[in-house]
Design a protein around this ligand. Structure first.
Ligand SMILES: Nc1ncnc2c1ncn2[C@@H]1O[C@H](COP(=O)(O)OP(=O)(O)OP(=O)(O)O)[C@@H](O)[C@H]1O
Ligand SMILES: [Mg+2]
Length: 613
């Protein structure tokens, strides 16, 4: 029977206090992100210096505490009460929307806008004290005790979880007429002190934070945004010891890169680029990534993602077929082809790519520089703020690893050889938005996939430039090699002369045989080097072996020189000479084997080419 008086009314949400802890856990992925979020707030507050201190960890009887202190603008009592204590405030978001406030006083683009970064404090510990002061207002001290809100791990204990409502818990604050903590020269700033910590920290783990701070803001790239000074410094402390800064920086490393490609893709997909190889003049140009005749050379339309996003395959009747003119003047009709379905939807982007060639002997990198290059790949910055986790090792966001595995590895860069910085803006790329989890971008109307496809295409163009230059380098190497083989020959002549003088017939005979064999091998190898193009087409295996041979011959020259010197100084003992010849025999054996693999006459090269290319 129908109720004659159905109830009705209106009601607001009234969350239980544990909503705070649930949000804190969900929004801030881990303890590292927690610290980084708090440091981002310091950046937004225009701080120059931040110090992040881990105190009393691992010291028995002491209370582990994390302190994050900055000399930024600080907060007034009103900000504490009406912004800090009111999560999800659209405070920064609204500032950003009104264009003149998109930037901080120092001209920084604000990193925050969600109004939830503050929950990072919960991720780090239960007991939180905030001291904050602006230049013109007194220090405010606020205390939060999250133990009142929920249990640390709600399932791990049999104790009842407090069932209080959020608005039933109050948090104490007071003003300190004379500041207790914010006593720096600037007379402003914020100190967040967190104890009753929720994680264990070990001093080695600070490395990860150090690296994250380094990557937070992009490098100063010459020719681009030169004004962008380093006015933000984060110091890390483990007790009273400062954790050392990284040994190298992006700025130093990109200076070492032999191949550089920078460009701007406009919103229609037209790329303006500058390419520079360290030995050559800069090349500049423009390529419309959607003009098939222009990009055919780079086979960009052959990219799976590019096709999927932008193209469609059409088959027409013979009447609809298009007439294609060949280079010899003849024509043919084509009635199946790829056609542009649409232009991209991701907005413009600027990029700076730096590539290294690990096989290049002239690339003199220190071990820690190599490690640095391997550990960094392609970073994305929106309004000069890093979008996490792009650029981290193992994040295949440009599908390069996937393409290398599924297609031909040689067609794509490996993240190991590549460093990159890509710049987008909130204003011009509104479709590339942050995921709420703060990890990566969400795709709105396929904009993210468009963006990746455009970057892949740009990288492919760069790769072609780089490959051509590497081949040129190979040819240069050939010249060096010729002079190397001459040195080899000369040093053996000297050796021979000395042996003749010494009248040691047995050694002389051996040495002669050795020189002849070696010369023969050297000549053979010279032929192989002259077919550089073929070698380059063979990919990794062969490149490695030609590199090995090159190294081996160098070593043989060095050894020979050494023996000659010793011989001249009368310091050559019979066992050393015996060892030398034994080594040479081994080396020659190795060279012989390697040359067999490379030999175009053996027929194996031809077979390999078919399989690989
Ligand atoms: N170190 C600080 N110095 C000055 N003000 C701060 C500081 N930390 C936080 N605030 C203030 O508290 C607010 C809350 O910070 P919170 O990180 O939660 O949000 P947000 O930075 O606005 O956005 P997001 O969630 O994207 O980080 C900030 O908008 C800022 O006004
Ligand atoms: Mg924030």
């Amino acid at each position: 029977m129908a109720n004659p008086n159905p109830k009705h009314g209106s009601i607001s949400f009234r969350p239980h206090a544990r909503l705070i802890s649930i949000l804190g856990d969900q929004l801030i992925t881990n303890k590292w992100v927690g610290v980084i979020e708090l440091v981002k707030n310091c950046y937004d507050a225009d701080a120059n210096r931040v110090s992040v201190r881990f105190l009393n960890f691992g010291i028995a009887g002491e209370t582990p505490t994390i302190e994050i202190e900055d000399d930024g603008d600080g907060m007034t009592l009103d900000t504490i009460l009406n912004v800090w204590m009111k999560p999800a405030t659209p405070h920064k978001l609204n500032q950003k929307k009104s264009k003149q406030h998109r930037y901080t006083k120092k001209g920084r683009v604000m990193q925050g806008d969600k109004g939830v970064g503050r929950f990072a404090v919960y991720k780090l510990g239960n007991y939180v004290e905030i001291f904050t002061k602006t230049l013109s207002t007194p220090e405010v001290h606020l205390v939060l005790n999250f133990r009142q809100y929920s249990q640390d791990d709600e399932f791990a204990t049999t104790e009842r979880v407090p069932d209080k409502f959020l608005d039933e818990i109050t948090n104490e604050w007071r003003e300190n007429e004379s500041p207790l903590q914010i006593t720096n020269e600037e007379r402003k700033g914020t100190l967040i002190r967190i104890s009753d910590t929720r994680n264990d920290w070990r001093s080695e783990e600070l490395e990860k934070l150090q690296v994250a701070f380094q990557r937070m803001i992009p490098p100063t790239i010459p020719t681009f945004r030169e004004k962008f000074g380093k006015d933000f410094d984060v110091q890390l402390f483990w007790n009273d010891r400062e954790y050392p800064k990284s040994r190298t920086s992006f700025e130093e490393i990109i200076e070492l890169a032999p191949f550089r490609f920078q460009g701007e893709i406009d919103s229609r997909g037209v790329l303006d680029y500058k390419y520079k190889h360290n030995r050559d003049k800069e090349k500049t140009g423009q390529i419309d990534l959607f003009d098939e005749s222009k990009v055919a050379k780079y086979d960009i339309w052959g990219f799976p993602m590019f096709r999927e996003q932008f193209l469609e395959f059409v088959k027409t009747s013979n009447e609809g077929a298009i007439r294609i003119k060949k280079s010899d003047g003849s024509t043919y009709h084509r009635n199946r082809f790829w056609k542009i379905r649409r232009r991209p939807n991701a907005g413009p982007a600027k990029f700076f790519f730096y590539a290294f060639d690990w096989k290049d002997k002239h690339l003199e990198l220190k071990d820690y520089e190599r490690v640095f290059i391997r550990n960094n790949s392609v970073y994305l910055y929106r309004d000069f703020t890093r979008v996490y986790p792009y650029g981290e090792r193992g994040v295949d966001w440009l599908s390069l690893s996937k393409l290398r595995a599924e297609d031909k590895a040689g067609r794509y860069f490996s993240y190991n050889d590549l460093l990159g910085f890509i710049f987008i803006t909130q204003e011009k790329n509104p479709q590339l938005r942050d995921a709420a989890s703060r990890e990566g971008l969400v795709s709105i109307n396929g904009a993210y996939e468009d963006f990746v496809a455009l970057l892949q295409a740009s990288l492919k163009i760069m790769k072609d430039f780089v490959d051509v230059d590497k081949q040129r380098d190979e040819l240069r190497k050939d010249r060096i090699f010729t002079s190397a083989s001459k040195k080899f020959h000369d040093s053996f002549e000297r050796f021979q002369k000395q042996l003749i003088k010494s009248d040691d017939q047995e050694t002389l005979k051996k040495a002669k045989a050795f020189v002849d064999t070696t010369n023969e091998l050297v000549d053979q190898y010279k032929i192989k080097v002259s077919i550089t193009e073929e070698l380059a087409g063979l990919g990794m295996a062969v490149e490695k072996s030609s590199h090995d041979i090159f190294m081996m011959i160098r070593r043989m020259i060095e050894n020979a020189n050494d023996i000659v010197t010793r011989f001249e100084k009368n310091r050559l003992s019979a066992p050393t000479l015996r060892q030398f010849f034994a080594d040479l025999t081994d080396n020659l054996d190795f060279l012989y084997q390697e040359l067999q693999i490379l030999s175009p006459f053996s027929g194996r090269l031809a077979k390999k080419r078919k399989r690989l290319v």
